[in-house]
Design a protein around this ligand. Structure first.
Ligand SMILES: *Cc1c(COP(=O)(O)O)cnc(C)c1O
Length: 361
């Protein structure tokens, strides 16, 4: 595991994405599920960069990819990705999105009679039935499949799927949703050739997968849920020390003066702020690593700069601080940084998309 950045990408801050670790995480999931993957690469691959991520994952021979929007699917087609691409969110019930989906040779996830008819009328083709088994977000209710009997007979789907709301919890909800999914599939006029349900946490808990493909997201990007397998970290976030200040007791730091020096204090200013994805809510709560030591964030994180307390830590202008990653014996995981500012790892990663450049390893 890297303890230092591979290169100094800028004199401010940057994000390293370890594509080797990403590929190893994908292979670990494949070995666990013993089924092909449909990596979820929505939201710019959770903020890591959709195209580099997909190009790396191509080497693992996935079944195809899952995206949330038509635009994301179109981008993959423009990049010469020819595998199946499932657009998992519902579309506006007009011909326009359905035509766009067909033009890009994408697969829609449909869950109501009107959309299925529109898909047929605009030319038909492969589609997957979205079945809601308890999330109450998208798709046909598991106990209402009968209302689609006519359209399902006229235009049978190539697949059917559902999504778990709490697969990271061992509370019986996944089993209940699975039973509802099985009942719903049994109520279809014909069994579709492909069935899928599992996100990362569900794959971690179930081996081998009983379904046709699995749909991992966050595990690929280095965040596990404490299941049977652990992912390798994929994201490392670094920032440079751009200034050093010595404070006297009573001096305050940053906007609203929320941090007051209680003793002679040395502060390092880092070239990173919330416009780079280092969240404002980490003010007075986050920690960074400098020369193998933990340095707490002092005061409010500003748009472009963040101050950390380096009293007693060897630190000079130009040193590199690790915001996520490893430095010597110390490590900061995406989960730990998220916990420090009450954000889920998903939210933290998808917000890393602003100004900080990405360096692909
Ligand atoms: C985002 C998403 C996934 C992936 O979930 P993770 O928890 O990131 O593994 C799987 N299926 C659907 C329908 C999704 O929206």
């Amino acid at each position: 595991m890297n303890t230092t950045p591979s290169t100094r990408a800028t004199d401010r801050c940057w994000i390293e994405v370890d594509l080797h670790a990403l590929v190893r995480n994908a292979k670990a999931l494949g070995a666990q599920a013993r089924k092909p993957l449909m990596p979820m690469v929505k939201a710019d691959a959770y903020g890591l960069g959709m195209l580099p991520v997909v190009r790396a994952l191509e080497a693992t021979d996935p079944w195809g990819y899952g995206v949330a929007t038509i635009t994301e699917g179109e981008e993959l087609r423009k990049a010469q990705i020819h595998r199946p691409i499932l657009v998992i969110t519902p579309q506006e019930p007009t011909a326009k999105p359905h035509k766009a989906i067909r033009a890009a040779n994408l697969i829609p996830a449909l869950g109501d009679a009107k959309s299925i008819r529109l898909w047929m009328m605009t030319g038909g083709g492969d589609w997957h039935l979205s079945i809601d088994t308890g999330m109450n977000r998208a798709g046909i209710r598991y106990d209402d499949i009968g209302s689609l009997a006519e359209v399902l007979t006229a235009c049978p789907p190539a697949g059917a799927f559902t999504h778990f709301h709490s697969s990271e919890l061992d509370n019986g909800s996944m089993e209940l949703q699975t039973q509802r999914f099985l009942d719903a599939v049994a109520a279809m006029p014909a069994m579709p050739p492909m069935l899928h349900t599992e996100n990362s946490a569900a794959i971690e808990r179930t081996s081998p997968s009983p379904w046709s493909v699995v749909r991992p997201g966050v595990f690929l990007y280095g965040v596990g849920s404490g299941g049977k397998i652990e992912p390798e970290p994929v994201v490392r976030f670094y920032a440079c020390v751009v200034d050093i200040h010595d404070l006297k007791p009573g001096d305050t730091v940053s906007y609203d003066a929320t941090w007051v020096a209680k003793r002679p204090t040395r502060l390092a200013t880092l070239g990173v702020g919330y416009a780079d994805g280092y969240r404002r809510s980490l003010g007075n709560r986050g920690t960074v690593l400098i020369n193998g030591k933990r340095a707490p964030v002092a005061g409010t994180v500003t748009m472009d700069l963040t101050m950390v307390d380096v009293t007693g830590i060897e630190c000079q202008r130009g040193d590199i601080a690790t915001l996520m990653g490893q430095d010597g014996e110390e490590r900061l995981t995406v989960e730990q940084v998220g916990a420090a500012c009450d954000l889920s790892p998903y939210e933290l990663l998808t917000a890393l998309r602003a100004r900080a450049p990405r360096l692909y390893i």
